[in-house]
Design a protein around this ligand. Structure first.
Ligand code: AIR
Length: 218
C-alpha cells in the first residue's frame, strides 16, 4: 500500500482527505489539472483511454496531492460511485475548485449513470466531460435540464474526453494548444499514410500488415 494510503481506507478517511486538501494553499501548478472519476473500478478499462490520451499530451499522473510530479500538467483518478457513495460524490464535486481541479472527466456505466451529471451540477462552473461507459448509459449522462450543463462524448470515447479536457485547458496554456495541434497533425498524416498503403500495397498485403497501421487514435 502506498505510504499516503491510510491504514483504514474508509469512506470517512476519503472525505477527510478531500476536505483537508481543499484547505491547503497550493498553487494551481502544483495541484492536478484534470480530475478523472469513475463509478466503479470496473469502468477503468474504458476510462483508461483518457489517461492514455493525457499521457500522450505530456501529462503525468499525480498520486500524492502534496507532491506534484515533474510534468506541468497532471491528472488524478478516483472511484466515486454516485449511488453507493453519494457522500463522496458531493465531497469530490464540492472540493474540486479548492483542490485546484480545472476540468473533470467523469465516467459511469449502466442505465443509471449519474456520476457525470451530478458532478456537473455540484462542481459547477467547473466543466465536466461525461463519458457514458456503455451505449445504454448515454441518455442518463447527457439528459440534463436547462441551466444544468454537461459536456459529453459518445459511449466509451474516453480518449476524446481527454482531448476535450486538454482543449479547455489550452485556452489558458499555449503549450497545450501546440501539443494538441501536433497531435492533430500526426492524426492527419496517419490517415494519409494509411490511404497510400491501402491503395498501393493492395488490401491483402495491407491486412497482413494491419498491426503496423498508423491510425490507432480512437
Ligand atoms: N455505477 C456505480 N455506482 C453507481 C453507478 N451507476 C456504475 C459504474 C459501472 C456500473 O455501475 O459506473 O459502470 C457497474 O458497476 P460494478 O461496480 O457493479 O461493476
Amino acid at each position: 500500500m502506498p505510504a499516503h494510503t491510510p491504514n483504514e481506507p474508509t469512506i470517512q478517511a476519503l472525505l477527510d482527505r478531500l476536505h483537508t486538501q481543499a484547505d491547503t494553499d497550493l498553487t494551481t501548478a502544483e495541484t492536478p489539472d484534470v480530475g478523472i472519476i469513475m463509478g466503479s473500478d470496473s469502468d477503468l478499462d474504458t476510462m483508461v483511454g483518457a489517461h492514455e490520451a493525457l499521457d500522450k499530451l505530456g501529462f503525468d499522473e499525480q498520486t500524492e496531492f502534496m507532491t506534484s510530479p515533474d510534468a506541468r500538467f497532471t491528472y488524478e483518478t478516483y472511484v466515486v460511485s454516485a449511488h453507493r457513495t453519494p457522500q463522496v460524490l458531493y465531497a469530490y464535486g464540492e472540493t474540486a475548485a479548492d483542490r485546484g481541479i480545472d476540468v473533470i472527466i467523469a465516467g459511469a456505466g449502466g442505465k443509471s449513470a449519474d456520476l457525470p451529471n451530478m458532478t456537473a451540477s455540484i462542481a459547477y462552473p467547473i466543466p465536466v466531460i461525461g463519458v457514458p461507459v456503455q451505449e445504454k448509459s448515454v441518455d442518463s449522462v447527457i439528459g440534463m435540464p436547462t441551466g444544468a450543463p454537461i459536456v459529453a462524448v459518445d459511449a466509451g470515447k474516453s480518449h476524446n474526453a481527454a482531448l476535450s479536457a486538454a482543449q479547455i485547458l489550452s485556452r489558458e496554456h499555449d503549450v497545450l494548444k501546440t501539443r494538441l495541434e501536433e497531435y492533430h497533425t500526426a492524426l492527419i498524416t496517419d490517415v494519409a499514410a494509411d490511404s497510400f498503403r491501402m491503395h498501393d500495397a493492395g488490401i491483402n498485403t495491407f491486412r497482413a500488415n494491419d498491426g503496423e497501421s498508423g491510425t490507432s487514435n480512437e
